[in-house]
Design a protein around this ligand. Structure first.
Ligand code: GLC
Length: 538
């Protein structure tokens, strides 16, 4: 007998970047109490779980991804009591809570690092990756930081270099040291004991590196890589994804599974090739429960590229495994921005995200079609922008647009915000869209409900469909109890997709075609997508 699907397979996850979601105390930065105040909205929207990006004590060199204490709450976001209150309130509403787990590095202010850098013989000397300089002061190898520049920093006291894959304020932990690993597993247990439903593992593939720290090869085709500036000048053969990762994530999973209640691990995995990504499920599907896949995020928004991404992911999946899907997150340009899919395609993207087979994660604001808010380099908050102009992530982190009030309902009207509100916030916001039958918010909410209720969309298999005319993409979801075809027009012109009928439409992006009979061809207006339901033989 097939096992019933787990909640994290059929559920919809909603990512909250806590600085930007809702500010309860009027300091212009979002907080845990702010999230608490929005739980009714999230329950109304219908998502199953929230993932909250880091809220731990941090000097904020990388806005919380530089953790100085894994088992606390930064006063900017509130207190541990606020977290417990939020967790209980979420659970009361049937919402699960996933927290960020940042294993690759700590802050340089973490007590572990402070101790580690005091000498070459202290108890924590090997908790980080330390190496001597070469005979002429050379760096230990050619590795570069993802945030530009060499990934080695000289420490005067130890007279050694330490490794930092990100900022120098984010030294990499040495996971090959059993004591480090035990301490980090204890961090996971600490949050599991508190009742969290799982972890999103930050840069999951970076944790294990080549033990010999060999150089990376130079990338002969840096222009073909994706948008990561100087990072793309190398092939990252030795500084990430060492095969020892697999044993590590098997052990990590067994920690999660020693707890009741289907706790989940979600891995942030940026792998342009399908197979390396799929390997993180584990040969026996005993590693990361939900390896995030960013193929839709990185692909151009054209029918051919989207088809290649979706079908590539589906084919690479180990038998019986579930994919995961995202359109964006706090590190990527927003999906509806003109330099991504564009506002006209926002609903098409949402319909795709919520009909694919696999766990979808909505990035806050995607459900109302938020776009990037430009921030000039000199005003930037994200350190990456100053180090490599153009790569900054402030634009996708602008405050959530709740209503048409001066600070968009994100914070008190007189608060000074950490990042500017979008210029379109007076029209693009939750309040204005919640009653509008044609809004993307209404569409999102209806799709989430349909996904839960319709057997084919809930657990059905993925089936290829086509070929379809230029600029269109279609696929089927099929189960014993239902069959649907999802038909998407990624162009600004009308398209006819033969063979996608007969049946009747369930929902369309434009909100005005429910229950329409469809003959053999599905006629799509510009920027339209529909779900067509077919009769099932009884
Ligand atoms: C991940 C996070 C990103 C952060 C980086 C370093 O990619 O999503 O925001 O800067 O890891 O922790």
């Amino acid at each position: 007998m097939q096992r019933a699907p787990r909640w994290w397979q059929t559920g919809v996850i909603y990512e909250i970047y806590p600085r930007s979601f809702s500010d309860a105390n009027g300091d212009g930065v979002g907080d845990l109490a702010g999230i608490d105040g929005r739980l009714d909205y999230l329950a109304w929207l219908g998502v199953d779980a929230i993932w909250i990006a880091p809220f731990y004590p941090s000097p904020m060199a990388d806005f919380g991804y530089d953790v100085a204490d894994y088992t606390g709450v930064d006063s900017l976001f509130g207190t541990l009591d606020d977290f417990d209150t939020l967790l209980a309130a979420a659970h009361e509403r049937g919402l699960r809570v996933i927290v960020d787990y940042v294993p690759n590095h700590t802050s340089d202010r973490h007590p572990w690092f402070i101790e580690s850098r005091t000498s070459r013989d202290n108890e924590k000397r090997d908790w980080y990756v330390w190496r001597d300089a070469g005979p002429n002061g050379e760096l230990p190898n050619n590795w570069i930081s993802m945030f530009a520049g060499p990934s080695w920093e000289w420490d005067e006291t130890r007279q050694q270099f330490y490794l930092h894959t990100f900022l120098k304020e984010q030294p990499d932990l040495n996971w090959r040291n059993p004591a480090t690993r035990a301490a980090m597993f204890d961090v996971a247990r600490w949050w599991l004991d508190r009742g969290v439903d799982g972890f999103r593992i930050d840069v999951a593939q970076m944790v294990m590196k080549d033990p010999e720290l060999r150089d990376n090869p130079i990338n002969p085709k840096p222009d073909q890589a994706h948008r990561l500036g100087s990072w793309d000048t190398q092939i990252h053969l030795n500084d990430l994804s060492h095969p020892d990762m697999h044993e590590l994530y098997r052990s990590f999973r067994s920690v999660l599974e020693s707890y009741p209640g289907d706790r989940v691990s979600i891995g942030e995995l940026h792998h342009p090739d399908f197979d390396t990504w799929a390997a993180f499920y584990g040969e026996r599907q005993d590693e990361i429960h939900v390896p995030f896949n960013f193929h839709l995020t990185y692909s151009a928004w054209t029918a051919d590229a989207v088809r290649a991404a979706v079908e590539g992911v589906q084919s690479a999946l180990p038998p019986g495994a579930w994919a995961s899907w995202v359109l964006g997150n706090h590190d990527q340009p927003r999906f509806a921005s003109p330099h991504r899919a564009g506002p006209d395609q926002a609903k098409v993207g949402m319909l795709l995200l919520l009909t694919l087979r696999g766990t979808p994660t909505i990035y806050y604001g995607e459900e109302i079609g938020m776009v990037d808010v430009p921030v000039a380099t000199e005003d930037s908050r994200d350190p990456v922008e100053r180090r490599e102009p153009g790569r900054g992530r402030d634009p996708e982190r602008s405050p959530m647009q709740w209503d048409a009030s001066p600070n968009a309902g994100f914070a008190a009207s007189d608060a000074t915000l950490w990042l500017p509100i979008a210029a379109d916030a007076s029209s693009v916001n939750v309040a204005s869209q919640s009653e509008d039958p044609a809004s993307i918010l209404t569409l999102t909410r209806r799709l989430i409900r349909l996904r839960r209720e319709h057997p084919a969309l809930h657990t059905g298999d993925f089936e290829r469909f086509g070929p379809t005319p230029d600029g269109t993409f279609a696929f089927r979801r099929v189960s014993d109890e239902g069959r649907v075809t999802i038909v998407l027009n990624l162009t600004g012109e009308p398209r006819s997709v033969p063979g996608a009928g007969p049946g009747r439409t369930l929902i369309g992006t434009h909100g005005d075609r429910d229950g329409e009979p469809v003959e053999a061809a599905v006629e799509l207006r510009p920027n339209e997508a529909v779900i067509v339901e077919h009769a099932v033989a009884t």
